[in-house]
Ligand binder design. Structure first.
Ligand code: NI
Length: 167
């Protein structure tokens, strides 16, 4: 097990598009384990491979309070969206920044689990938000991209200043 370094916005590698995973091998299983450990340690409720600079379609999610409901989604795609919800989001790649984003209230998502089995999940509320947020990462999108240009510039400047201080 290993903790993986998380890319910080506005790192250009966060804009890369992730490729589908052909087979679930030991490398993928190790990646999923390391990503889960990194997410729990942060702590966060979701992490996409893109955020640890691996450009493969893998995300880990756990919105439970007990941190024992790990969801690993490989090659996930959203089949259906329904309704609208708006809530405050944050991201491990955008530390200390929270803002409101509109998302679908419910999603139906199809994915492969770590055993290579095809699964379909209907999610709503926070889980639906988390799935949409993480799958955005795999397309090179962060939640900040939904905010106004002015806010995006402010956030970039703030995080770049912090990076210089901590470097
Ligand atoms: Ni994120």
């Amino acid at each position: 097990m290993a903790l993986l370094p998380i890319l910080r916005y506005p790192d250009p590698r966060l804009k890369k598009t992730a490729a589908p995973i052909a087979t679930v091998d030991d490398g993928i299983r190790t990646l999923a384990r390391d990503m889960a450990e990194t997410m729990y340690e942060a702590p966060g409720i979701g992490l996409a491979a893109t955020q640890v600079d691996v450009h493969k379609q893998l995300v880990v999610i756990d919105i439970s309070e007990t941190k024992d409901q790990l969801l690993v989604m490989i090659n996930a795609r959203i089949l259906a969206r329904d309704g609208v919800q708006e809530g405050e989001e944050g991201c491990l790649s955008v530390p200390g920044i929270y803002d409101r984003v509109q998302r679908a209230e419910r999603v139906t998502v199809q994915y492969m689990n770590l055993d290579g089995q095809e699964k379909t999940l209907e999610a709503e509320g926070l889980l639906a938000v988390c799935i949409q947020h993480e799958l955005d990462h795999l397309k090179g999108k962060v939640f900040v991209d939904y905010l106004s240009q002015l806010k995006q510039t402010r956030i970039k400047n703030k995080l770049m200043k912090q990076a210089r201080i901590t470097a």
